[in-house]
Design a protein around this ligand. Structure first.
Ligand SMILES: Cc1cc2nc3c(=O)[nH]c(=O)nc-3n(C[C@H](O)[C@H](O)[C@H](O)COP(=O)(O)OP(=O)(O)OC[C@H]3O[C@@H](n4cnc5c(N)ncnc54)[C@H](O)[C@@H]3O)c2cc1C
Length: 475
């Protein structure tokens, strides 16, 4: 038995350390099943002080640490590599809600809290926690912070970093950095909170965060819109933003191929509108006005009259407006099942990318064409948060292709997509991060000046490369 296991047991008790092969297994492979590794043990501390002790111990024994929350990340950032010289530090048991301050409109939660638990706790108080994504039943607040998760409400509320007003983390020397005052303004030097957010476990172990909470929407109104042309989608986005301001909460785009695949795997979502146009939009507006009747009419009017105008001019092909909250939820059901449908395919390639909204139509038209010419039949599973300029530009093998198709062509497809991202001035990672998946591309994408700045920061905060080695950056 490695010395670290006995020492961890001394710190955390036997329930706080896993080291048997079958207990380790669920922690060693990522959600997509494309990365796997090995670990000496999984440490499960219950308090920030225990996390600090684990970090000090690992520093002393020179054992590397891979932080892990719900293990739903899509870039292999929480999966150890194969050299069996690391432990996984799971934050799952550090999961208390420390405080809800309704006057300050904030909630302080520990890193291991499941996102959906936080949403429900806030909802029970009559307020609203806006971070929402399909993995919310298993992802954790620490993982959301470490990846700066986006999700479906970014249009109105921003990414995780935009709703976070305080953070607590354990640094590589075992010290605890704590800034949990819940301040909305704090210009006292470098923004250390935002350095830790999105650092993917490479700069510190996040143990807690303070988040803004918001007035709960009094109603949601959603529409599905069948449409062919990307420029028309962007015109519709702009019209709704002009008319509804930030009552427009979501503007999601789903290609016909992505919906066909989802209906195939989840037949309960079959609806003719999904095959009517080249794309289907899912648009959601929310009402925050106390005068329910007036607000209902105003928002319905904006949505209905805008869509009617587009329909009359042939700019959209069809539209369906939800008439109940159950229908709004049903609309979101198919959107959230696209990722799950793709996971059922034998092989897939995923790109989580972003552009200035003005560049998206050009990128899709030219990249779709290039790929269809070079890879006939390739299924382009394109969907995403169009309102944020964020595409999940994914691929599955052509129907009936050999099982090895994706593996054979992944490198060339990646080269083409990344060259196109460069050409259209986009980002190779919009909301999922870098992890192991994209680390080889970061230097070229961000350029040597930015990359060297990141390396300097890493070396200053974690000189022994204790935290999540070889993730995000290659030193
Ligand atoms: C079905 C599905 C849908 C998704 N939809 C979205 C979406 O819409 N938008 C979006 O942004 N993402 C989405 N994701 C990916 C997203 O990044 C994660 O779901 C979530 O944010 C990660 O949380 P987690 O607790 O599972 O983190 P993990 O997967 O456990 O870890 C992710 C990274 O954070 C690090 N980490 C975890 N906890 C800590 C901590 N406490 N301190 C320091 N580092 C830590 C890990 O080392 C790793 O690098 C989706 C994933 C799935 C499976």
């Amino acid at each position: 038995m490695h010395a670290v296991i006995q020492r961890l047991q001394d710190l955390l008790g036997s329930a706080g350390v896993l080291f048997e092969k079958e207990d380790l297994a669920p922690f060693l492979t990522d959600w997509r099943g494309i990365f796997s590794g090995s670990a000496l043990a999984v440490a499960l501390p219950k308090t920030t002080e225990q996390v600090a002790k684990v970090v000090k111990l690992c520093g002393e024994l020179k054992v590397k640490i891979v932080p892990q929350g719900g293990n739903t990340g899509l870039c292999g950032g929480a999966t150890p590599e194969g050299d069996n010289a690391q432990i996984i530090l799971s934050l799952k048991r550090l999961n208390q809600i420390r405080e809800m301050d309704l006057e300050n409109q904030t909630i302080t939660v520990e890193a291991g809290c499941i996102l959906q638990t936080v949403q429900e706790k806030v909802q029970a108080s009559g307020a609203f926690f806006p971070l929402s994504l399909a993995a919310q039943g298993s992802c954790t607040i620490g993982g959301n912070l470490a990846t700066n998760a986006g999700g479906v409400n970014v249009l109105r509320y921003g990414n995780t970093r935009d709703i976070c007003v305080g953070i607590e983390a354990v640094l590589a020397n075992g010290e605890i950095y704590s800034q949990l005052k819940g301040l909305r303004k704090d210009n006292t030097g470098y923004d250390l909170k935002n350095l830790l957010i999105g650092s993917e476990g490479t700069l510190g172990i996040i143990t807690a965060g303070v988040f803004k909470i918001f007035p709960a929407p009094l109603g949601h109104y959603a529409a599905l819109v069948a449409i062919n042309e990307l420029p028309e989608m962007i015109a519709l986005l702009q019209d709704l933003q002009r008319l509804a301001g930030n009552e427009l909460c979501a503007f999601e785009m789903m290609s016909r191929e992505s919906l066909a695949l989802t209906m195939e795997h989840f037949p309960q979502y079959q609806r003719p509108i999904f095959l009517t146009g080249q794309y289907t939009l899912l648009i959601e507006l929310a009402n925050f006005d106390q005068d329910q009747d007036q607000a209902l009419h105003r928002i319905q009017d904006i949505l209905e009259s805008t869509l009617e105008g587009y329909l009359e001019n042939g700019r959209i092909l069809d539209a369906a407006i939800a008439t109940s909250q159950a229908q709004v939820n049903e609309f979101w059901g198919i959107r959230h099942h696209i990722t799950l449908a793709q996971a059922k395919e034998p092989g897939n390639i995923k790109f989580d990318i972003s552009f200035a909204i003005s560049k998206i139509a050009g990128f899709i038209a030219s990249t779709d064409r290039l790929l269809s010419e070079q890879f006939p039949g390739l299924q382009i599973i394109n969907f995403g948060h169009l309102g944020d300029g964020n595409l999940h530009y994914n691929f599955c093998a052509p129907r009936g292709a050999e099982a090895s198709y994706i593996q054979e062509h992944e490198e060339r497809i990646t080269q083409i997509v990344f060259a196109q991202i460069q050409l259209f001035g986009g980002s190779i990672s919009a909301e999922h991060g870098i992890g192991q998946l994209k680390r080889e591309y970061l230097l070229e994408h961000r350029g040597s000046v930015a990359y060297q700045m990141m390396r300097n920061i890493k070396k200053a905060l974690d000189p022994e490369n204790l935290f999540n080695p070889n993730k995000l950056l290659l030193l």
